[in-house]
Design a protein around this ligand. Structure first.
Ligand code: SAM
Ligand code: SF4
Length: 357
């Protein structure tokens, strides 16, 4: 591999063949875009706009979560500045997430401005669906292209157990609202948990097909201190075999720009996907970084290295320092994660609600 980035703005070269930073071009990668030391272009950010949520999903949060004080959370203006800097560095896709993004007061103020950012081609959102009845129409008007909605169970009591406080009917109304607002390719996300929802995978796929939705099954990740994960973990392969007994599954080369691998079933437009951080590690093609609600830039979901952008944002009005820190962060993006080693004693102490899914 050739070294493409002999730029003055770069951090020191990593052990791999590429020098991390910005691509000066011309070369294999587009000039001006972010490049890590393994030659991966970073064109996608996941921006968490709150650590708070109106649910307490058992795999995502502890029962008694304490949330961040307001001053430690990025203001919506700061979120917008971070997004603007990333877009200026060639990022074309941004996922708004959380916590539950739609419980953040004035979330629409930010989303409308993100939707109007020149160069941002793909604004998408991950939500638990509870607030979609209210927000689906304004989200679409703001330019959100696609929505992912978490749905682990179609049984109201079980749904309540998994989310601790969530109401299934609100989420189902939210899904309908997204369809009515004209969102296409809305995707359900279901975390696979043995003995919790594994008897519903077939029903969840049928629901997706009947409602013209895509669906992804997610292998549970060991984020935050939650006991008993080893007992509930199910691999994508096991679920795919189970589903193959009920649906004809044709492998698809389609890609939604994320880590899911997809299958199709004849007679339906729905895609059935698997996000497999354990069994089919997607690090090779990783094109994204995450920003927490606290303004920390995590180059990898499964590692603890981060750059704290918040003090830089607050000290710097013209964004130059923020831009340089983002460029420098390319030097600490690791090759990948290893979630499988210790399911009950996670190496990553952050909850997913903190990092942003
Ligand atoms: N509140 C929104 C939601 O639930 O969709 C957005 C944030 S949530 C953290 C994003 C995604 O992360 C959800 O699909 C959720 O199921 C997933 N998630 C949370 N904790 C997880 C874990 N430990 N393993 C795998 N997926 C997880
Ligand atoms: Fe909230 Fe989403 Fe985490 Fe569930 S998965 S607790 S809905 S942030």
């Amino acid at each position: 591999m050739q070294n493409e980035t002999p730029s003055s703005e770069l951090t020191s070269a990593g052990p791999a063949d590429f020098r991390p930073g910005i691509v000066p071009g011309p070369g294999k990668h587009k000039a001006g875009t972010l490049l890590d030391k393994y030659g991966r272009r970073i064109t996608y950010i996941r921006l968490s706009i709150t650590d708070r949520c109106d649910f307490r999903c058992t795999y995502c949060m502890a029962e008694n979560m304490s949330f961040l004080p307001r001053r430690e959370v990025m203001s919506l203006e700061e979120c917008l500045r971070v997004a603007e800097v990333f877009v200026g560095l060639g990022v074309t896709k941004l996922r708004v997430t959380g916590g539950e993004p739609l419980v953040r007061k004035d979330a629409m103020w930010l989303i409308e401005r993100l939707g109007a950012l020149p160069g941002l081609e793909n604004l998408v959102l991950t939500t638990n669906g509870s607030q979609l009845e209210r927000f689906a129409v304004p989200l679409r008007a703001a330019g959100v292209k696609r929505i992912n909605i978490s749905l682990d169970s179609l049984n109201p009591e079980r749904f309540r157990k998994i989310t601790r406080i969530g109401e299934l009917s609100k989420v189902l109304q939210g899904i309908q609202a997204a369809r009515d607002a004209g969102f296409a390719r809305t995707k359900l996300n279901a975390v696979m948990m043995r003995g919790v929802n594994d008897d519903e995978f077939v029903d969840l796929v049928r629901f997706a097909i009947d409602h013209e939705l895509d669906i992804s099954f997610i292998e549970e990740m060991p984020l935050g201190e939650i006991q008993g994960r080893r007992n509930t973990y199910i691999s994508s392969e096991e679920t795919r075999e189970l589903l193959a007994g009920h649906f004809e599954l044709l492998p698809s080369t389609e890609n939604s720009g994320g880590p899911a691998r997809y299958w199709r079933t004849p007679g339906s437009e729905s895609r059935i996907g698997f996000i497999s951080p354990h069994s089919h590690n997607f690090c090779d093609t990783c094109n994204r970084v995450r920003i927490t609600a606290k303004g920390e830039l995590y180059p990898c979901l499964g590692q603890n290295d981060a750059v704290n952008l918040l003090p830089i944002l607050r000290a710097d009005n013209d964004n130059a320092g923020v831009r340089q820190s983002i460029v420098d962060s390319m030097g600490i993006k690791p090759y990948g994660h290893d979630f499988t080693r210790q399911m009950d004693a996670p190496q990553v102490v952050r909850f997913m609600s903190m990092t942003g899914g």
